[in-house]
Design a protein. Structure first.
Lengths: 461, 213
């Protein structure tokens, strides 16, 4: 049996469980954040009368040459005359999900959701529709809406994937202790790559990097050859963990294996671009990141590309990327965009607003970190410190998160704490972007001048 | 089938990679009526918020007053966002009007001059909406019967169709959506329609008088 959280974390898990029990009257109920648009004003499917006939959406002519495209077209042709359309609708829904991840086009999730609506129209409250819709909501970051569906599935039939969905939505909401329970049920019922990959991520969130590498390697090794993209994604995650461990060669090898399976897989190109950037190969980095960003123009990609273009002396191209990022970043991925704004020290109040809006739906450590960093950029250091403590609550060994915590502590004159966090960052600073490494250097210099520490001096060198 | 299901579920963990906030869905209905050619867009408030900041007080709800204040900006941003071509000739919109409904979202209506033959509709607004946004475009006749439909996205934003040279559909009642900004031609079209109506009424009266005489 795979244990999700290894021995050294057991004591912490008990504390986390206690914290989760207390959380009922805690952060989730906070009213200090400005609410986002209410659900009926944001949910297009609910708001629009066009969704009255989701079948029209499902059957809207599809084009494309990939295997998934052909399967979609085939099912669309068969559906209108099908005697039992529900299994076909379910299959079509999952094909749209596959298409969404294959093309990095979230619009296909809308069509998958329409498939779920069609199933519900024929079999109200069907498990197939609940799972499909829950999955779509999870991918569209509507975690709170997905949770009751996952709970219903778990209570009703308790299949491994039901626990997987529940674990995912809980994890994204920062309820790790509950997520651990769900994932443990999943892996007990069905050990396999689906469960291993999730548990690896959970271990990483809990600061167990070695454990994450071990299990992601297991996951990548046990996935069948049916979906090259799934294997490529797992190998990329493994490479990212290995890089953080400082084993650049192993990381490059894992990434190379991923590219054999998917030669222009954007997540792998992003990772390799960052690795090139860290090793001073700025031109190669810019080329790789251009390719990755073209396929998946998310703020995370654009930010890395902006850094690579600047580092390689392509200032005008960098400006174009930044303009695009400023235009679409808030809608594409508000949390990363908030981090970008805060790191650049521009539009700090907007960064705070975006992070606080995100916190309403996704109260995990990374969103607490984004809020902390945005508050710091806005000069609200005491609030930033409190948010930073929430970000550190799970012992997550994410260098970016630790950098922010260290910088905030340094600014507030908490030298011992700043040193503790920043020294952890130094050990894995290669994963930071150039602007973040500059920030680390500046903070360490300030800390050194305040404490005159020989250890810190060595870190800066 | 099980394989498709298993592969799909494997990606549940991918929320960080896809970072897919709801890209949204809207509808665009194109109708040939006695008024001219009309295109009606229905989109969620959240999507409209991305085009012109409407929620002024950032309280998470858009009120009628906030919408009223933002209306000119929204109409300005969208005026040229629905492009219509008859053959190769671009038909500029005569007017644009918007309406806000708490339950249904925001409705935007463009009025174009009457046209026939090969017509191409291009939804330029897809470039203003979030990546991945889908728009269900429908062409209906005067009685509301669907002639053609297509799901548009930013890469496939056009819909071509053929209209009869003369308007053969039943005239539709003027839309309730009328509170918005109108172009300079709008008044002239309205005036011409009124004049035509008065002439027709006068002709009928004269004929009745002649018959009774």
């Amino acid at each position: 049996m795979v244990a999700i959280v290894r021995m050294k974390h057991i004591q912490f898990s008990a504390l986390a469980l206690l914290a989760a029990l207390l959380a009922g009257c805690g952060p989730g109920a906070s009213s200090s954040h400005s609410p986002v648009l209410s659900s009926n004003q944001t949910n297009a499917m609910a708001a629009l009368k066009v969704s009255a006939d989701p079948m029209a959406l499902v059957l809207a002519p599809h084009s494309g040459d990939s295997r998934t495209d052909k399967q979609i077209i085939q099912l669309q042709q068969k559906l209108p005359s099908a005697r039992q359309p529900v299994p076909m609708l379910e299959q079509l829904g999952w094909l749209f999900v596959s298409k969404a991840r294959e093309s990095f086009d979230p619009g296909f999730y809308t069509l998958a959701e329409a498939c779920a609506a069609c199933i519900e129209g024929r079999q109200p409250d069907a498990n197939e529709a609940l799972l499909l819709r829950g999955h779509v909501l999870q991918n569209l970051h509507r975690f709170k809406e997905a949770e009751p569906l996952a709970r219903k599935l778990v209570a009703r039939r308790g299949a491994p994937f039901d626990f997987g969905l529940l674990g995912d939505v809980l994890m994204e909401q920062g309820r790790l202790a509950e997520a651990v329970d769900a994932y443990q049920m999943m892996v007990d019922l069905k050990p396999g790559p689906q469960a291993y990959a999730r548990i690896a991520h959970l271990r990483w969130l809990k600061g167990d990097l070695d454990g994450a590498v071990e299990l992601m390697r297991e996951a990548a090794g046990s996935v069948s050859g049916v979906d090259a993209e799934v294997s490529a994604w797992m190998l990329t995650k493994l490479a990212a963990y290995q890089w953080q461990q400082g084993d650049t060669n192993a990381a490059r090898q894992s990434a190379a294996k991923a590219l054999v399976l998917q030669k222009t897989f954007p997540p792998t190109l992003l990772l390799l671009g960052k690795m090139d950037l860290a090793q001073g190969r700025t031109r190669e980095a810019a080329e790789r990141l251009q390719l990755a960003t073209r396929a998946n123009p998310l703020p995370e990609y654009q930010w890395a590309l902006w850094e690579a273009l600047r580092a390689s002396g392509q200032a005008e191209a960098a400006e174009v990327v930044e303009r695009n990022l400023m235009k679409h970043g808030a809608a594409e991925d508000p949390r990363t965009f908030s981090l970008y704004l805060a790191t650049r020290r521009i539009e700090a109040s907007r960064a705070v607003e975006l992070a606080e809006q995100e916190l309403l739906t996704r109260a995990d450590v990374h969103t607490h970190d984004a809020r902390a960093w945005a508050l710091a950029a806005a000069g609200r250091w005491e609030e930033a410190r409190r948010a930073s403590l929430s970000a550190l609550a799970e012992d997550t060994a994410d260098p970016r998160l630790l950098l922010h915590a260290g910088c905030i502590a340094e600014h507030l004159g908490l030298a011992a704490e700043a040193r503790l966090q920043l020294e952890k960052v130094v050990a894995a600073q290669q994963v930071l972007l150039p602007s973040e490494r500059d920030l680390l250097k500046r903070s360490l210099e300030k800390l050194m001048s305040a404490t005159n520490s020989a250890g810190i001096r060595a870190s800066i060198r | 089938m099980k394989q498709v299901l298993a592969i799909g579920l494997l990606w549940l963990l991918l929320a960080d990679y896809t970072a897919a906030h709801d890209p949204g869905l809207s509808s665009l209905t194109f109708q040939n009526s006695a008024e001219g050619l009309t295109a009606t867009l229905v989109l969620s408030v959240a999507d409209a918020e991305g085009i012109a900041a409407i929620d002024a007080n950032h309280d998470g709800r858009v009120s009628e007053a906030e919408f009223g204040a933002a209306r000119p900006r929204l109409e300005e941003a969208l005026l040229d966002a629905c492009e219509l071509k008859s053959g190769t000739e671009v038909l500029p919109a005569i007017s644009i009007a918007t309406e806000f409904d708490l339950a249904d979202g925001i409705q935007v209506r463009w009025l174009f001059p009457a046209a026939g033959g090969e017509v191409t509709l291009r939804s330029g607004m897809l470039e203003l909406l979030p990546r991945g946004h889908r728009q269900f475009a429908t062409v209906v006749d005067g009685s509301g019967r669907t002639l053609q439909s297509r799901l548009l996205d930013v890469k496939n934003a056009s819909l071509g169709f053929t209209l009869p040279q003369s308007i053969d559909s039943a005239p539709t009642a003027p839309s309730a959506v009328g509170a918005g900004r109108r172009g300079p031609l709008a008044g002239r079209w309205f005036g011409l329609a009124m004049l035509a109506g008065l002439v027709a009424i006068a002709a009928l009266k004269i004929r009745r008088r002649e018959r009774s005489a």
